[in-house]
Each structure stands twice: as C-alpha cells, then as structure tokens.
Design a protein around this ligand. Structure first.
Ligand SMILES: [Zn+2]
Length: 211
C-alpha cells in the first residue's frame, strides 16, 4: 500500500532544504515526523545512514533490514531496522520503485581499484560521511553499510551486483516515517566514474513534516 500524499504541502513542512550536488547533510527526524527525499533532476544516488538520535551506537543495519523483509531492495513498506533489531523508520511512499542497500558507498579506495589511480583524489561518499558524522562526534568506525536511495543496482544471474543507469525521474521521491528519533546522514553522491548519477551529480531536496 502506498500512503503517499502528493497534497503534503511543502509550504507546511517544518524543514525544507536543498542539498547541493556532491555535498553532505545531516539532520534529526523526530518520532512521528515524515522525511521526504526528492531526486530533483533524476538519476541521483542519495547515500544515507540512520542513527538512533539518543544513542548513536544503535544504527542502521542493511543486513537485518533485508533479512526481515526477505527482499533485496528498499521500497514502500520496508521497515528500516537498526543494529538492535528495532524499527527506526518505515518507508511509506516511493515513486521510484526500488532502492539499493547492498552496494555501499563510494570511496577513494574503491574508486582507485575500479577506475584507476587518477581517481584516487576524487571526492567520494565516504569522505562526505566522515565530514558529516564528525559533526556529531563520530568517526570512521561509525560508518556502516548504507542505503543508496535512487541507485539502480540489479543482481545479475551470476550473483554479482551491477551499477547501471538510474531509473529515477526528475521529481521522484521517497517518504519515510520516523518510528524513533533518528539522526539522518546523507551524502549526495559525487561519483562521476559510473552511471549511478548519470555522470552528472545534481542537487536533491529534503523535507520534514510533523506527520
Ligand atoms: Zn557515492
């Protein structure tokens, strides 16, 4: 069931922010609030982490989230589970259809292995995450497997993951209802070496409503 509410008025949002292309962002979403992430121009991967706002040692668990729902992607109805097995958020609307949570975030190290030495110094999601979690007193050890909203990662017949052209259209969005107070940390992916951002990183928008 899709609880999307297109009438949810941006003017009534308690928070409305455009994350510039390639940049990080973080914010707290209180229990009961609705977080909407909008892929403004389409084909933009939004690498996302969640932490219990009251105890950062409890954080998003991709493994538990996938195992509990017995499906490979995140979409409407997905319960975003924590490392303690508790529901952090519920996906209540998704105009895109499927979001990866297996492929992880791009890093300077992975770029170098995949795309060559000349990419070593390109800014990557891991660097964005490091910058943003540091604002909350966390560091490298606190960065775990993330969700890649709007990233298209099919599982191929031989079991390998592929990163292919994104299917999100301009204006596609995903909505999540917070089931606890959560710190949301986003890297608006700066990758330009594979098609996850259409080779052209673009801004995304985050909105929060009271309900
Ligand atoms: Zn990235």
């Amino acid at each position: 069931m899709n609880e999307q509410n297109l009438a949810r008025d941006p003017a009534a949002a308690v928070y409305d922010h455009v994350i510039p292309a390639t940049q990080p962002w973080s914010g707290v979403v209180r229990r009961g609030q609705i977080l909407r992430i909008v892929d403004l121009e389409g084909q933009q991967a939004v690498d996302t982490l969640f932490y219990n706002a009251a105890d950062f040692s409890e954080r998003y668990s991709a493994q538990d989230t996938l195992r509990a729902q017995n499906a490979a992607y995140v979409s409407t109805g997905t319960r975003i589970l924590s490392s303690e097995g508790r529901t952090m958020l519920t996906v209540i609307a998704d105009s895109c259809g499927a979001h990866d949570t297996s492929a992880g975030a791009c890093s300077c190290e992975a770029n170098t292995v995949r795309f060559g030495e000349h990419t070593r110094y390109m800014h990557a999601c891991r660097e964005n995450f490091l910058i943003e979690v540091a604002k909350h007193g966390m560091d490298k050890r606190d960065i775990v497997g993330n969700i890649n909203f709007f990233m298209n990662v099919p599982v191929e017949p031989d079991g390998r993951l592929a990163i292919v052209d994104g299917v999100s259209k301009p204006g596609d969005y995903v909505e999540l209802r917070a089931e606890m107070d959560v710190l949301c940390v986003i890297s608006n992916c700066p990758q330009v070496n594979n098609p996850c951002n259409g080779f052209d990183p673009t801004p995304v928008r985050v909105l929060i409503w009271e309900s």
